[in-house]
Design a binder for this molecule. Structure first.
Ligand code: MN
Ligand code: MN
Length: 304
């Protein structure tokens, strides 16, 4: 259990570290990053959002909103969700509304549109929309994975439900389930080779996401995001090296950084995250992440 906690906390803190590190170079081209920073390797804030040093963005704060809604609902709400009751999804929608009303530092267009639809129409999903293939549902799904460890059908059902509040697209759905499944495997102790085999099988069945040869595109289009994440995770096993390589690819660097940080952080565990990065995060964020990690794992335990 202590090892599971360390890996889960490593994933959640890794997500925040990748978000904070990548946000500085979000929307920049690799060549622009090289000209300005050489290699971007420190959490210094700035970027187009003019962030404070160590500040995180929507990737982390939307995850925290989802985690808080799951913890508030508790195991009764999760059991209801497993039985087809929508109450939990509705509270997740409300949590996203609250998050948005809190004037987050950034919010993607598809997220904003979905949140407004939920607010005005009360619907839990929009109709299928070819414009919904961004990475906004994918970037925030970690708490749903933690809360449902050990319950595969509920993991899938909850992940898709939280995703559809804002994103309704088969490529987004596939990405949410695949990176969620990978995270579950790493937390359950699968090694690099087992994960690679799983990824090979998954990309064979979902050829849009094939990432070799890597096309070098790291945009918020969920296919580009997943290709970038899998490409860099595959290249290197060291948390620091893999995260630096990822964010220096630029473009949606906070989100590719967050997702690589999540999976690489699960691999190494919180105790082996680079201290120089961990100490730059805002203490309140580290505290909220630590509290949520224990709460979400306890929830998962209560469902067994
Ligand atoms: Mn962001
Ligand atoms: Mn982003």
């Amino acid at each position: 259990m202590r090892e599971l906690f360390d890996k889960s906390l490593g994933a959640y803190l890794g997500l925040a570290i990748g978000d904070a590190l990548g946000a500085t170079v979000e929307f920049m081209r690799p060549r622009e990053i090289a000209a300005q920073y050489g290699v971007h390797r420190d959490i210094i804030g700035g970027g187009w959002l003019k962030l404070a040093r160590g500040q995180v963005t929507d990737d982390t704060t939307m995850s925290l909103a989802l985690g808080a809604a799951l913890l508030q609902g508790g195991s009764d709400a999760l059991r209801g969700q497993a039985n087809g009751d929508d109450t939990l999804v509705r509270s997740i929608g409300n949590a996203y509304v609250q998050w948005w009303r809190g004037k987050p530092v950034d919010c993607g267009n598809t997220c904003r549109r979905g949140i407004q639809r939920f607010l005005h129409e009360g619907t839990l999903a929009g109709p299928y929309n070819p414009g919904d293939a961004g990475n906004g549902a994918l970037m925030r799904n970690l708490p749903a994975v933690l809360a449902t460890l050990g319950n595969d059908p509920l993991f899938k059902r909850l992940s898709i439900a939280q995703a559809h509040l804002t994103h309704h697209h088969p490529l987004s759905d596939a990405a949410v389930l695949a990176l969620g499944q990978l995270l579950r495997m790493v937390l359950a102790g699968s090694d690099h080779h087992e994960c690679q085999l799983w990824v090979d099988r998954w990309t064979a069945g979902n050829p849009a996401f094939r990432f070799t040869p890597y096309r070098g595109r790291a945009t918020a289009y969920v296919v580009d995001t997943v290709q970038t994440v899998l490409h860099f995770l595959n290249l290197n096993q060291d948390f620091e090296a893999v995260l630096i390589a990822t964010v220096n690819q630029g473009d949606d660097a906070d989100t590719t950084g967050a997702l690589v940080g999540m999976l690489a952080g699960a691999r190494c565990g919180a105790s082996r995250l680079p201290q120089r990065w961990l100490h730059r995060l805002q203490p309140a964020v580290v505290q909220a992440i630590t509290d949520q990690t224990s709460g979400l794992l306890a929830l998962a335990q209560s469902l067994k």
